[in-house]
Design a protein around this ligand. Structure first.
Ligand code: AMP
Length: 109
């Protein structure tokens, strides 16, 4: 499969994985825009929020919960952070595999 994030999940591309369980992988963004910039992705390939089905509702909640736990572990929760999902072309989504951005460690716009 050509999807770069599937290749990260399958360890065909090495990256800085900071969390993994049966459903979810989290790794540092290759081009961070803040001191903390982590991507939290489902292991199952879902292209975009546009493609979410009823069966994906728990998985999407798990992405948020994992992001929250990582933020806690990185000690940025007290000051706050941003969770971002870009959706489709107008939303600026570049990689067609759902990814939740966890961005923090500085004051954000
Ligand atoms: P988006 O614009 O929301 O689709 O975000 C895609 C993000 O993926 C960008 O922030 C990229 O820097 C990041 N990215 C692309 N390739 C990799 C990679 N191999 N490892 C880590 N992050 C990546």
């Amino acid at each position: 499969m050509a999807c770069v994030f599937c290749k990260i999940i399958n360890k065909e591309i090495s990256t800085d994985i900071i969390f993994e369980n049966d459903n979810v992988v989290a790794f540092n963004d290759i081009n961070p825009i803040a001191p903390v910039h982590v991507l939290v992705i489902p292991k199952r390939h879902i292209g975009s929020v546009i493609d979410i089905e009823n069966e994906d509702v728990n998985l999407m909640g798990e992405l948020i919960f994992v992001a929250k736990k990582i933020a806690d572990n990185l000690n940025i929760s007290q000051k706050g952070y941003k969770l971002l999902l870009r959706v489709g072309k107008d939303g600026g989504q570049e990689i067609q595999h759902i990814h939740l951005h966890l961005i923090g460690g500085k004051k954000l716009d």
